[in-house]
Design a protein around this ligand. Structure first.
Ligand code: NAD
Length: 334
């Protein structure tokens, strides 16, 4: 039986990295029927709606999506399709493994960096609740709930126990936001108490940024509210070669949507320069989620082999190869 997957190519470099990833996934031999569904700027132009109901219906049917990035206009325009998708499907865990690939040239290449970000994905300042109180004064509401904080904290500790990871770091700014980040921390502490074999510590987000740059190899799992999780994800991507590398999975009880950490990269669209590694590594997570362990491991090893060889890498990681050449090399190594 073929797996049915909703494929959302997205905007900008999305269709380029999605096409490359589909080729690599198909080359593993796993049978997949792709249900293509457009969301984002392309859907808006075609249907007048950013997130058509057909996309949600497809994901509710297939339960699994592979998604390219979608454009969100800055300071005005339409709301984020990514935030809407995560909220509508209650994809409350944003799981982002940050790991050094063999042979990759980075300022931190000699360090054994292997950490995972658990970003709360449904609330915080991403609630999109903003209003002008009086002219010249704007308020954005930061929503932190016990329910959402507890389930992201528990998901982090459960993963640590299941996968034999050693330590969880909760990241916060509860010295200033005593109530909202204070509640987030309380929930993390309550979860930590249920998992005594796992080391638990807390870091204020500004100190955490410094520690990540100074001693990234000391981090294992990090659990964060939505906004800090978003920012720290890009910071940690910078440690391991940049946004072209880091994959992600948006996980809920019923659905999972796999996408890269990066955005639409408007500066390199249509030039054949986009690095498809991040979406390919998201597909590695997707194949494992589907129970296709062997294909998942083969795809991961093929990507690692191309980095170890270092001949067909894209420009963002110091190579001179194109999206196509990198993809061919991965497929060759499968
Ligand atoms: P970005 O991630 O698109 O790009 C930041 C920098 O990283 C750029 O220089 C870009 O060229 C580079 N880069 C990113 N991905 C790359 C890849 N695969 N290969 C090579 N280089 C890569 O961030 P931005 O410029 O801040 O955002 C652009 C748009 O993307 C915005 O509309 C933003 O809202 C959207 N966005 C979407 C998502 C998503 O859909 N999940 C995530 C982040 C940003």
């Amino acid at each position: 039986m073929a797996h049915q997957i909703t494929l959302i190519p997205g905007d900008g470099i999305g269709p380029e990295v999605a096409a490359a990833t589909v080729r690599a996934v198909e080359a593993t031999g796993v049978a997949i029927e792709w249900e293509v569904a457009n969301a984002g700027a392309r859907a808006l132009a075609e249907t007048g709606v950013l997130l058509p109901d057909s996309v949600l219906q497809s994901l509710e049917r297939t339960h699994v999506g592979l998604k390219g990035p979608a454009t969100t206009p800055i300071a005005g325009g339409h709301p984020s399709v990514n935030v809407a998708l995560r909220k509508r499907l209650d994809l409350y865990v944003n799981f982002r493994p940050v790991k050094m690939l063999p042979g990759l040239k980075s300022r931190f290449q000699d360090l054994p960096i292997d950490m995972i970000i658990f970003r709360e994905n449904t609330e915080d300042l991403y609630s999109g609740l903003e209003h002008e109180v009086v002219p010249g004064v704007v308020e954005s509401l930061k929503i932190i709930t016990r329910g959402a904080s507890t389930r992201i904290a528990r998901a982090t500790f459960e993963y640590a126990r299941r996968e034999g990871r050693k330590k969880v770091t909760a990241v916060h700014k509860a010295n200033i936001m005593k109530m909202s980040d204070g509640l987030f921390l309380t929930c993390c502490r309550e979860a930590a108490a249920q998992f005594p074999e796992i080391e638990y510590n807390e870091l204020i987000v500004d100190n955490c940024c410094m520690q990540l740059v100074m001693r990234p190899e000391r981090f294992d799992l990090l659990v964060l509210p939505n906004l800090y999780g978003d920012i720290i994800s890009d910071l940690t991507a910078g440690l391991v070669g940049g946004l072209g590398i880091v994959p992600a999975a948006n996980l809920g009880e019923k659905c999972a949507v796999f996408e890269a950490v990066h955005g639409t990269a408007p500066d390199i669209v249509g030039k054949g320069l986009a690095n498809p590694t991040a979406l390919m590594q998201s597909a590695v997570l997707m194949l494992a989620h589907l129970g296709e362990r062997d294909a998942s491991q083969r795809l991961q090893k093929a990507i690692q082999a191309v980095y170890a060889e270092g001949k067909c890498l894209t420009g963002d990681v110091g190579g001179a190869g194109s999206t196509f050449q990198f993809t061919e090399a991965v497929i060759h190594n499968l």
